[in-house]
Design a protein around this ligand. Structure first.
Ligand SMILES: *Cc1c(COP(=O)(O)O)cnc(C)c1O
Length: 235
């Protein structure tokens, strides 16, 4: 247990330093980048260790796992991020836990979130997932769909969209990842002049353990880091 905490403390310090260095290289303040610690590989004790170390933004990609950890950590001061594909029949149980839903990836999901949010009087915040790499296996809107999707957001009065989320191509090199992230930022910039009231595109959720530094250099405001935080730990 003490060993686990020491490892995580050490890994977290290293990741935070790398975030600060990448921010400095791009002339940005490290405080402009939120670290979401992705706890999907580890159990509640590791999540608790992160919280104790002041890392309060935690991410999960499976609803059942998020529910389980949220129940176990009940009362702890966690900001939960859901970063996976959310099925519509899981919306009702997931929304009350969330600080941010990273992967709004279809009109039908947006509709369902809006419906449940209206009913339960919560105001969920979300990001639109964009399939920037074009990988067929990835969820998310195609870049060409985004102008129409953004225009349609005024229909969803109970969902607050605050930005875009994307992932680099799985097969690509770090230079490919940089190009994917640059593409997402340029897409955001091209859309930003023409967004309805109530919609914001300030947040860019991009970058994981293998590529969060280039993501920050390309403008990420949120990075989602899992494995780099848990090196040396048997999950
Ligand atoms: C698992 C996951 C991450 C974290 O991945 P690591 O490479 O372990 O840092 C980030 N984003 C999403 C959407 C994920 O599913």
């Amino acid at each position: 247990m003490a060993e686990l905490r020491l490892r995580i403390a050490d890994n977290l310090a290293r990741v935070r330093q790398r975030i600060a260095d990448a921010a400095a290289r791009s002339g940005r303040d490290a405080s402009a980048v939120t670290l979401v610690a992705v706890t999907k590989y580890v159990d509640v004790d590791a999540a608790q260790a992160l919280l104790d170390l002041g890392c309060k933004d935690l991410g999960e990609s499976r609803p059942q796992e998020l529910w389980r950890k949220a129940d176990t950590l009940d009362g702890a001061d966690v900001r939960w991020h859901f970063i996976g594909h959310l099925q519509r029949n899981k919306v009702r149980r997931t929304l009350p836990h969330l600080r941010l839903l990273h992967a709004c990836d279809s009109p039908r999901l947006l509709e369902e979130i809006d419906r449940i949010a209206a009913e339960t009087e919560i105001l969920p915040s979300g990001l639109l997932e964009v399939n920037i790499s074009g990988d067929a296996s990835k969820h998310g809107f195609r870049p060409s769909e985004l102008p129409a999707v953004i225009e349609s957001l005024t229909q969803y009065k109970h969902v607050q969209i605050g930005g875009l989320m994307g992932m680099a191509s799985l097969a690509g090199s770090i230079d490919d990842a940089r190009r994917d992230f640059e593409r997402l930022r340029l897409l955001r910039d091209s859309l930003a002049g023409n967004i309805p009231t109530g919609v914001e595109l300030n947040e860019l959720s991009m970058g994981m353990s293998g590529d969060f530094e280039v993501a920050i250099e390309e403008g990420a405001t949120i990075v989602r880091v899992g494995s780099a935080l848990f090196e040396g730990i048997d999950a």
